[in-house]
Design a protein around this ligand. Sequence first.
Ligand code: ADP
Ligand code: ADP
Length: 228
Amino acid sequence: MIKLSDVTMKYKASARPALSNMSLELDKGEFAFLIGPSGSGKSTFFRVLLKEDKPSSGDVYVGDFHVNKLKARMVPKLRQSIGCVFQDFRLLQQKSVADNVAFALEVIGKPPSTIAKAVPEVLEYVGLEGKLDRMPYELSGGEMQRVAIARAIVNRPLLLLADEPTGNLDPDTSQEIVDVLDRVNRRGTTVVMATHDRQIVDAMRRRVIEFDAGQLVRNDVQGIYGIG
Ligand code: ADP
Ligand code: ADP
């Protein structure tokens, strides 16, 4: 599902590469945690997968996409295959819960009949039945993140990238959000979650990928946060 082959990504301004000769493979259906200190390259990794950053060298594959060779007109197709969730939720504040999710389908031209069916289904799936007409400011942090997850998966992406999705949530709510991501994964979507949350990583016992200064320093199946 994801393959990086000897990828180096160097930002013009900085001396050391954000990703350094990185090789990494993730199979379809996996759930992986991505850990490492701030500045270790986690966000750059996500941006490279989305073709928002261009590697200086090496090859990047996501599903059937050869990302670093992808024609500009195919980039939207790539991005539609990847759902994204962020620490700060990034909901549209002027739109209701249902409209936030519907918007993701409208922009890719789905017909109203499909949208009318998919939106309540996916919101029920993430545990927000009965909240379709709420506005974001009426929701708790955990509920906002559920909306963001619903929006990210409603188009059934191959891959879900979650960049510190529990960074603004208390421990109980964090666990609930990870349970939602776990369910999404068990239905076939590959999930990569960047996190600093030891408790969650240790409780889940899924693959742990660790970056340090742009290098892959650990890739453990069923890892724990602390030691390899
Ligand atoms: P993380 O997500 O693990 O905190 P990043 O991928 O954001 O790490 O950063 C990796 C390295 O790349 C850091 O040294 C950071 O300063 C640098 N970096 C990130 N974005 C940019 C940018 N737009 N321009 C220059 N350097 C950047
Ligand atoms: P069930 O069999 O429990 O009724 P479905 O397979 O019908 O569940 O899924 C219900 C809805 O949940 C789907 O229409 C879809 O909106 C959403 N859904 C479930 N799993 C995923 C997934 N992995 N990716 C995207 N959407 C999903």
